[in-house]
Design a protein around this ligand. Sequence first.
Ligand code: TV7
Ligand code: ZN
Length: 380
Amino acid sequence: MAHEYGITKPKGYNVTFHYNPNMERHHFGQTHPMKPWRLTLTKSLVTSYGMNFAMDNYTARTATYEELTNFHTDDYVDFLATVAPQPTPLDVDNMHPDLKFNLGGSDCPLFEGLYDYCSMSAGSSLDAARKICSKQADIAIAWGGGLHHAKKSEASGFCYINDIVLAILQLLRVYPRVLYIDIDSHDGIISQIRPEHIFPGTGALDDNGPRSEHNPGAHHALNVPLNDGITDEQYAWLFESIISRCVEKFRPSAIALQCGADSLAGDRLGKFNLLVEGHSSCVEFCKKLGIPMIMFGGGGYTPRNVARAWAYETAVAINQHKNIPTQIPEHTPWRERFRQETLLPTIEQILGEPRQNRNPQKKLQDIVQHITEQLRFVSH
Ligand code: TV7
Ligand code: ZN
């Protein structure tokens, strides 16, 4: 069936796909925006287009306790492993009395099977990292990962275990310089990471990595603050301007790309006007750099649009995005969930009326200039 689109494995270029079908069985709660089920929908499109024929597909393992405590503290991971789930349904009025490790609130509820969910997410990202380290993959895809907010000893923003940090720690064993790029609407951060210094900076344009006299990671994080309604053209221009400058300066030996899909138009939480085309153009740009890369998932709260973006980006990884038909295949499971039959809906199809764009071109030019200046502190 899948052969109808003529998708075959390219010679001399390997893409690996790391997926654990048990992840999507977990539920954060009825009203919680994070829906692990979006992974099912993504996988459904990937296979209905036959993309699996062009990749090495792996059922991701669960990460071990030792792997999780490579970054997280023992007491935090112990607690995650043993804490009892909250009664359902979970909502804002039904919070855990003490927010130990920031767990049990509405953002990071204690749901059934939480520890398994976390170890599956981390396991898929670690598997991806190992395929990049062993050079068995040029690109490794882990849509179940990308949970960038989790701290060493604390849950945050729907994230419990920071699979990205764990994966980057793996990469650093083999690759001396890792460029971390994040296109999630909640972070928009670019970090350049070398051994001994990992810096998840957050926030303002000036936030460019902790500064202290003995901190070699200072100036190795960049932030790109954006307003509501940014368009494909603007976003792609910013992304390419900034990433090309970063790559030129830092000369990364590997890239970790978080593909958070809440930056898409029509997201339940995000407020941008990006289409799958604009979002995926970031992936395309990174792929063309020819540097080994992990692609992670992340945010994304309108499952049908998340699945479209991540399936299309899988097609970009195997260089089939120009070949696949935009009409979603008839035999796609849950096809009716996509509402429109197209993989690439227009802004009008998604939103009716696009959201007002609050990003004047002048401001974006200033951002690029500012970042160019910040980059003078970076060397390879
Ligand atoms: C990577 N925004 C994660 C993004 C994490 C964002 C937040 C919610 C939210 C939570 C819910 C819910 C929600 C409609 C949206 C300060 C608060 C304000 C909870 C109501 N509906 C990623 C985290 C962010 C939970 N949190 O980057 C259950 O929105 O702003 C906050 C914190 C306190 C908690 N309240 C929101 O994309 C994966 N949370 C409905 C039910
Ligand atoms: Zn997000």
